[in-house]
Design a protein around this ligand. Structure first.
Ligand SMILES: Nc1ncnc2c1ncn2[C@@H]1O[C@H](COP(=O)(O)OP(=O)(O)OP(=O)(O)O)[C@@H](O)[C@H]1O
Length: 697
């Protein structure tokens, strides 16, 4: 059998290395299966892209077993190529990397009626067509001669060549070995472990995508026909391996090694894989070390400890998988082992394309799992704020997170899950007011910030304006305040306002809130003096431009505006975190209005809502990193920071300010940590503003 190495290399886009390959003695495609990664450099394959291509080619050639292959055994062709259920290439697109009956890769279009007998190997569009959507590669592992891989890539017809008249039965009467199981598994990732492989030989098979979970094998032998169903292993199932409890056995610290070191490690593990193929995908823990740690969790269990009187609390709420996500076969990659810890398992690929799992562990004041009801969330998050408000303070509770992560569900509730935080808070407020003798009144106002503009949701979306007075206190002029005297009247007001709220269709949520909704609850005495104020902020869902399903100009503008205001919020927190003299509260309307939430004596609770699905891992991590940063900041501006500041400085504001700057210089020169300086800066800021900010409006 002639096996053309040149064709193989051409199909993989490596033909320019052909001469070197032959020079080094690699003259046939079959020789490729003997190549080790260490040999790539000798063969002149140095760039990462080429190495990845060659690696993929070698894996493919290994799976094909060119030496034993008889031609025209099996044909598998793609109707279309899918990823995660979404079609990304139309049928018969020239995106498949195929091998003909001789094991020669080629990139020809395979049409349904293509009479040439071939089977299509692993389609890897990204490898050969860089402009295409990146697709996950197939890494099959072999167990006792069986090959299976962990994801399926769409409907694939498998036709035995025995269906064809021109396919001879062996002269000795035996049927040639059909590698259907092998190639079907290799190509579509279906798990044939439960099928009887020996029965596959010598029969005709028609492999049909029966439903999302199985394929139907229509098998004929002689005059008898029967069907067999083979379970497809969906792509998401490999996340089952992500059970973080596995980490106890398999995890190794992921200390920021240079990527090359990491690669060598994974490569050597890969080499040993054949010896111990049952070993689960390696799991690493993401851990912070000295040096550049951007993107890794800042938190530690100690930092998560809630200090009495803490000004900023950061809680996380994980919602369950929705029905639509379950239908799509999404895997749950978020795990909350305790009330303070949340673990996100991220699927990663090393440079040599081996898969591994990176565990991100975050600690927060409270982590609420998918089983938590709105009442439980309220008790753990907003309840302390309501108590603070009832004692005359200012409080803000805001829900942050990716679009569709459950912010509105938390704040507003739903008919199925009961009332949300708004109503539960007002319920407690009225319960408290009924127990005291003083006559206090409750007022609510409800407005949204949409595309940088304020609209009154209780006044037919009347345009509002946020203005600062001489004391730099923000007032919203024209805002309607409605007096409520019961929970039902509040719910009525809120439902009226919610109906006015701007909604749209995001890529993730068909009823996505496209604006930030701010509900203000004020307690006033009979002279209209404020005796407590609380904000509930349901932030618009963050989404990337690439997430937009059908982006038009309006939705792009909305998305940009939402992201810009969320970024401004982040910038404010960051600038407080760093030692910048200016905090850019005016960068967006949102930060301008929320200014009080981060300064003065207000208490804030941030509920970071996260989605558990594997396709949202990146968003989930972004949300958690953001929340993590907020939590770290509060350590500096909370009571601990104040105590530290008082012990270092004199009592007067002026002295404090002067000594602060000189202290800052001294500390810098002494190499004191910037966090200590930040604590000082925040203290100075607080001392300066204290007294100015008490209920001016
Ligand atoms: N804790 C939960 N339990 C059950 N279902 C939930 C939960 N949280 C959210 N959901 C469901 O998820 C879907 C999206 O939730 P929701 O509309 O609250 O998201 P959102 O974060 O407000 O999105 P957006 O920012 O786009 O408005 C809804 O169908 C909701 O019922």
């Amino acid at each position: 059998m002639t096996v053309c190495l040149y064709k193989c290399l051409t199909a993989a886009g490596l033909q320019r290395h052909y001469a070197r390959f032959t020079l080094m003695g690699v003259c046939q495609a079959a020789h490729l299966s003997d190549l080790r990664i260490e040999d790539y450099r000798l063969l002149g394959v140095c760039s990462m892209e080429d190495r990845a291509r060659l690696f993929q080619l070698v894996q493919l050639v290994k799976s094909v077993d060119l030496r034993s292959l008889t031609d025209n055994d099996v044909r598998i062709y793609n109707d279309s190529v899918y990823e995660g259920g979404d079609e990304i290439f139309p049928a018969n697109n020239n995106n498949s990397f195929s091998l003909d009956g001789y094991g020669n890769p080629n990139g020809d279009v395979r049409k349904d009626n293509d009479e040439s007998e071939a089977f299509t190997g692993i389609s890897n569009a990204s490898c050969y067509r860089p402009s295409c959507v990146r697709r996950r590669l197939d890494f099959s592992t072999e167990i006792k001669g069986q090959r299976f891989c962990s994801h399926f890539e769409g409907p694939i017809h498998v036709c035995s060549s025995h269906n064809r008249n021109d396919n001879p039965i062996h002269e000795d009467g035996s049927t040639p070995p059909i590698q259907l199981g092998l190639h079907c598994r290799s190509a579509v990732g279906c798990d044939l472990r439960h099928s009887n492989n020996s029965k596959l030989n010598g029969r005709n098979y028609l492999c049909d995508p029966h439903n999302g979970e199985s394929i139907k094998l229509h098998i004929t032998q002689g005059s008898s026909e029967f069907n067999s169903y083979v379970r497809l292993k969906p792509k998401s199932e490999r996340f089952n391996k992500y059970d973080p409890s596995l980490a106890a056995v398999t995890s190794e610290s992921f200390i920021n090694k240079p990527s090359a070191q990491k690669d060598r490690k994974t490569i050597s593990r890969k080499k040993n894989a054949s010896a111990d193929v049952t070993k689960p995908t390696p799991v690493y823990k993401a851990e912070r070390t000295a040096g550049y740690n951007y993107g890794l969790p800042l938190s530690s269990p100690r930092a998560a400890k809630h200090v009495e009187g803490q000004r900023i609390r950061v809680c996380v709420r994980k919602r369950p998988l929705t029905r639509a996500e379950c239908r799509r076969g999404e895997a749950d990659v978020v795990y909350a082992p305790s009330g303070e810890c949340v673990v996100v398992c991220e699927s990663k690929e090393a440079v040599d394309l081996t898969e591994y799992i990176l565990q991100h562990r975050f600690y927060f004041d409270q982590v609420l799992g998918e089983g938590s009801s709105n009442e439980e969330v309220y008790q753990k998050t907003a309840y302390p704020l309501v108590q603070h408000m009832l004692s005359g303070g200012k409080a803000t509770c805001f829900a942050y997170g990716q679009t569709g992560a459950g912010k509105t569900h938390t704040m507003l509730g739903s008919s199925s899950s009961g009332t949300g935080l708004y109503a539960l808070a007002v319920q407690d407020i009225f319960a408290h007011l009924s127990t005291i003798n003083t006559a206090l009144l409750v007022y609510v106002s409800f407005f949204e910030i949409y595309c940088g503009q304020l609209y009154d949701l209780l006044e037919h979306r009347k345009r509002l304006f946020a203005r600062e007075d001489g004391n730099k206190v923000v007032h919203i002029s024209g805002l309607r305040e409605v007096r409520v005297d019961s929970v039902s009247s509040l719910l009525e007001v809120i439902s009226k306002g919610t109906a006015e709220r701007t909604q749209g269709m995001s890529g993730v949520n068909p009823l996505s809130s496209r604006s930030h909704a701010l509900l203000q609850i004020q307690i006033r005495d009979l002279n209209q003096q404020i005796a407590g104020r609380m904000w509930f902020v349901d932030l618009a869902g963050s989404e990337r431009a690439s997430d937009a399903k059908d982006p038009n100009k309006q939705s792009r503008m909305e998305g940009a505006e939402i992201n810009q205001s969320l970024l401004a919020l982040k910038e404010c927190i960051r600038s407080l975190d760093k030692e910048e003299s200016h905090t850019p509260f005016r960068q967006s309307k949102l930060t301008q209005v929320l200014k009080d939430s981060f300064v003065g004596d207000s208490m804030t609770c941030m509920i970071a809502n996260i989605s558990p699905g594997h396709s949202a891992t990146e968003h989930t991590l972004n949300t958690l990193r953001y929340a993590d940063r907020v939590k770290e900041l509060r350590g500096e501006i909370g009571p601990i920071g104040r105590r530290r500041r008082r012990s270092k400085m004199g009592p007067s504001d002026k002295n404090m300010s002067d000594s602060s700057s000189s202290n800052k210089r001294n500390r810098r020169s002494a190499g004191t940590s910037k966090n200590a300086e930040l604590g000082e800066r925040m203290q100075v800021f607080e001392y300066r503003t204290r007294g100015q900010r008490r209920w001016e409006n």
